[in-house]
Design a protein around this ligand. Structure first.
Ligand SMILES: NC(=O)c1ccc[n+]([C@@H]2O[C@H](COP(=O)([O-])OP(=O)(O)OC[C@H]3O[C@@H](n4cnc5c(N)ncnc54)[C@H](O)[C@@H]3O)[C@@H](O)[C@H]2O)c1
Length: 396
């Protein structure tokens, strides 16, 4: 059983508490930190939390708790991690780990020097659909992963601080791109080094300096490409989709907006349908169990099992650092309009992976390009002659 200090009573602090207290869970949030006494009391009452405080330090040092969960604005993660490392408590931090790779690196070093358990709360790597797809892909069902496309778009975040780049570290790219980047990294393989990034950003709608829209490419050492699409100016709810394309197959996942559950109501569906839904009337896309669909349950299970069994979770601060380093390169590229190197001061994956073409042997003299059944019943086999390099058709 974990006894938890929760830092933050906003959207994520509450989602995390709902996940931790969900079903017949034995883990418990025992102390909650909110800068507002009134909000702290309200959340504590609603979720049966024994203590609430307006002091972050007191919350972290509560002698009754053993694990701290950070659900605070991005500029507060570093200080919160520093206090947790000092208190020698297991620390789980929401995404993005830092505003920059430099901040994330400091956090990684702090927890490693203190010898405390650390987990990066990247919930979208833990959705039931992602976990099933990862298992399938790691077993080889898609062959070599060539291209991953991940999208998170919605009409914009729900609090003032997100819109202030000094506090948040940027715009839609750091806020949402961090999810897409880590999803793709999981599919491509965490041992494969991300090497270069190319990115477009723009501020198309919102009255801010930071980007409200970004599209980026991240190239990996084995030649795989990850593509992310993020927006704070997308209308119609929250669109979370992933596509994985491999040499032997494809996975397509729709996590949130169109999951096969659609409701039409002329009179309205209460006052909450799903995160970032824009309407409660008309055609709606509710989510059966939001906390589970978004991966929070499986994520905390992995984290708490990791603490109790002394094993590294699937997502650690090291992963958060790699994500921040990729995002730094993306911001650099958006400015330079060129491919930019991903600077990794810390890299623990493989360094011997090179880009390799997959050639399918047809016979001793030919490579197979492709085979196709035509509408008139013929089958065409397209081959490449190894010696001459000529491409030929065989019709049967
Ligand atoms: N899917 C996810 O993993 C996910 C989703 C949303 C947010 N997040 C992350 O969670 C963190 C918090 O986001 P949120 O959506 O809960 O934001 P929020 O605005 O809903 O809540 C932020 C919390 O921090 C408190 N806070 C704000 N400014 C503060 C200050 N200066 N001093 C002390 N407390 C302050 C607020 O009162 C609130 O309790 C961010 O890092 C965000 O990126 C993660």
């Amino acid at each position: 059983m974990r006894k938890i200090t929760m830092l933050g009573t906003g959207l994520i602090g509450v989602f995390y508490t709902m996940a931790i207290h969900g079903q017949r869970s034995r883990d418990k949030v025992c102390t909650i930190y909110s800068r507002s006494e009134e909000r702290g009391r309200k959340v504590a009452e609603e979720y049966g939390i024994a203590r609430h405080t307006t002091s972050m330090e007191d919350a972290i040092n509560d002698p009754e708790t053993d694990t701290v969960v950070i659900g605070l604005p991005n500029d507060m993660h570093l200080e919160a991690v520093r206090l947790c490392a000092q208190a020698k408590k297991a620390v789980l931090c929401t995404k993005p780990l830092g505003r920059t790779a430099e901040e994330a690196k400091q956090m990684l070093q702090m927890v490693e020097e203190a010898g405390v358990f650390h987990g990066y709360l990247e919930d979208l790597a833990y959705t039931p659909k992602t976990l099933k797809a990862l298992e399938t892909i790691q077993a080889g069902a898609l062959g070599k992963i060539l291209w991953v496309r991940s999208r998170e778009t919605h009409p914009g975040p729900h609090s003032d601080w997100f819109w202030n780049a000094k506090i948040s570290g940027g715009g839609a790219m750091v806020d949402l791109g961090c999810h897409c980047i880590e999803i793709a990294r999981n599919y491509i393989g965490k041992d494969v080094m991300p090497i270069e990034a190319m990115c477009w950003t723009a501020t198309q709608v919102k009255p801010i300096e930071a980007e409200d829209h970004a599209i980026g490419l991240v190239k990996y050492a084995n030649g795989a490409i990850a593509q992310f699409e993020v927006s704070w100016s997308f209308r119609g709810g929250m669109d979370l989709r992933d596509e994985v394309s491999g040499s032997e197959g494809v996975v397509r996942i729709d996590h949130f907006l169109r999951t096969g559950f659609e409701v039409y109501t002329a009179v309205g569906m209460g006052d909450y349908v799903a995160e970032k839904a824009e309407s409660t009337k008309g055609w709606l896309f509710p989510v059966g169990d939001e906390v589970n669909t978004l991966g929070y349950n499986h994520m905390f299970t992995d984290m708490f099992d990791g603490i109790e069994q002394g094993k590294t979770p699937m997502e650690s601060f090291y992963d958060g650092y790699i994500v921040n380093a990729i995002i730094d390169a993306c911001y650099k590229s958006a400015k330079s309009k060129k491919w930019e190197n991903i600077e990794l001061e810390i890299w623990r994956g493989r360094t011997d992976i090179i880009e390799e073409r997959i050639l399918i042997e047809y016979d001793a003299n030919h490579y197979l390009v492709k085979e196709e059944k035509l509408p008139d019943g013929r089958t065409k086999t397209i081959l490449k002659e190894k010696e001459s390099g000529k491409i030929i058709d065989r019709v049967s």
